[in-house]
Design a protein around this ligand. Structure first.
Ligand SMILES: Nc1ncnc2c1ncn2[C@@H]1O[C@H](COP(=O)(O)OP(=O)(O)OP(=O)(O)O)[C@@H](O)[C@H]1O
Ligand SMILES: [Mg+2]
Length: 404
């Protein structure tokens, strides 16, 4: 790579808000957080100074502070480069912030069009009115006073080594998660919020024993470090994860029924009953029509696909479900439905959730407890309502302010 190219790449990386750009130049996509990957994509699009930039949900995976930065950046580029911007999103706050003109689409048609202010202040079409009114609200079912502790971590730590040269000498660490401690009870949701790259996903993966970590993780009182490989395999059933992207996380070559049933055989779940019977039951539970079970993922909407992903987790009757930005790719009305579904399943099965999201309104509607992460540390923790009403840390206040 020439010096000029390198300088330009660094400039672009800094422009899109990647911290320590210099040290991340050699990183592969899987070594970046979800938000960092998104920022690299934006940098790639900006590299050729386009005349029109089509941005399809470009800030969906980003936390509010970075999102605000990216929106400011796009607005600035629009002006300085005279660039047109076609901005596609389900997030109305983002539209309000960035758009001069707005088109509202439903079922393949533009149902309303006009200057942003007019559309927001005086929506004409019933669908626009419905979109503007939809916001996740309410609270989860209170946790039983005698609820048992499901997960406890003590000084859990994940540092990824940065290796250089032929000998792969470790020259430093990406301190993804510094020693932190959390606890979650049966029927309880712990919300994890924090800016992009703050260590949210990494912490959840370490708890699930999907990546190496230091420190203690207790599951129903048992120290997981003592568990054999075979015992850990049973943990794969008890702890499930649902990802953000309902497109990428479902295999396009498998039918809905195959996707949901995949784990049943592996984990020997309820062998007295036919898999299709269990699939039918769980599809009904998550609000999908069992008659559609032989369809492929692309034949479902984004919200339905997310329901399939939830069904795939639920069919195994897990004890803990990690929800990593499960509603971020969905539009508001669908988000509200998924939040209600998740709360309902929690109540019915006493599930514990780790709920990761940069969307503070959704976190508030889902969580009993919340931890706020920043650069690998938990900077604030507490009961959800208190934390949202009276944030102690400046950083939490900033996140809240940026979300309004
Ligand atoms: N396999 C890996 N190797 C090296 N560094 C990694 C790896 N996985 C994550 N990281 C780094 O660890 C930090 C935390 O990443 P993580 O994915 O936990 O962030 P996050 O809080 O989930 O962010 P986002 O909201 O963008 O998804 C980031 O700086 C990321 O680049
Ligand atoms: Mg993440």
């Amino acid at each position: 790579m020439g010096a000029a190219a390198r300088a330009r790449i660094l400039e672009l990386m800094q422009k899109v808000g990647i911290r320590d750009a210099e040290s991340r130049l050699g990183a592969y996509p899987h070594e970046l957080s979800g938000g960092q990957r998104q920022r690299v994509m934006i940098a790639m699009a900006l590299a050729n100074k386009p005349e029109v930039l089509i941005a399809d949900e470009p800030t969906t995976a980003l936390d509010v502070t970075i999102q605000a930065q990216i929106l400011d950046l796009l607005a600035e580029l629009k002006k300085s480069e005279g660039m047109g911007l076609l901005f596609i999103t389900h997030d109305l706050n983002v539209v309000r912030r960035i758009a001069d003109r707005v088109c509202v689409m439903k079922g393949g048609e533009i149902v309303e069009e006009g200057p942003a202010a007019a559309v927001f202040d005086n929506p004409q079409h019933p669908y626009t009115q419905k979109l503007l009114a939809a916001e996740p609200s309410g609270q989860p079912e209170p946790v039983a006073p005698d609820a048992a502790e499901m997960i406890r971590t003590q000084d859990l730590k994940v540092w990824f080594p940065i290796q250089k040269g032929l000998l792969k000498r470790t020259v430093g660490y990406v301190k993804a998660v510094n020693p932190t401690s959390i606890s979650v009870r049966t029927g309880e949701t712990l919300g994890i919020v924090g800016e992009s790259g703050s260590g949210k996903t990494t912490m959840a993966l370490a708890i699930m024993r999907l990546i190496a970590s230091e420190g203690e993780v207790r599951f129903c009182g048992d120290d997981l470090r003592q568990w054999s490989t075979k015992e850990l395999r049973s943990l794969r059933k008890d702890m499930q994860i649902v990802f953000q992207d309902p497109f990428g996380s479902l295999s396009p070559r498998m039918t809905c029924a195959q996707i949901i049933a995949e784990g049943l055989a592996i984990h020997n779940v309820d062998q007295h009953r036919a898999p299709r019977e269990l699939v039918t039951e769980v599809m009904q539970e998550v609000g999908l029509d069992p008659a559609t079970m032989d369809r492929y993922p692309h034949e479902f909407s984004g919200g339905q696909r997310q329901r399939i992903a939830i069904a795939r987790a639920m069919v195994l009757r897990p004890k803990l479900v990690v929800l990593d930005e499960p509603t971020s790719a969905l539009d508001m009305t669908v988000q509200v439905q998924i939040v209600e579904l998740l709360r309902d399943l929690q109540k019915r099965y006493g599930l514990a959730y780790l709920f990761i999201s940069h969307d503070l309104n959704v976190v508030r509607a889902m969580s009993h407890q919340v931890v706020v992460m920043k650069q690998g540390d938990i900077v604030e923790a507490g009961v959800s309502e208190e934390l949202f009403e009276h944030p102690k840390e400046d950083y939490t206040g900033q996140l809240l302010a940026a979300a309004r």
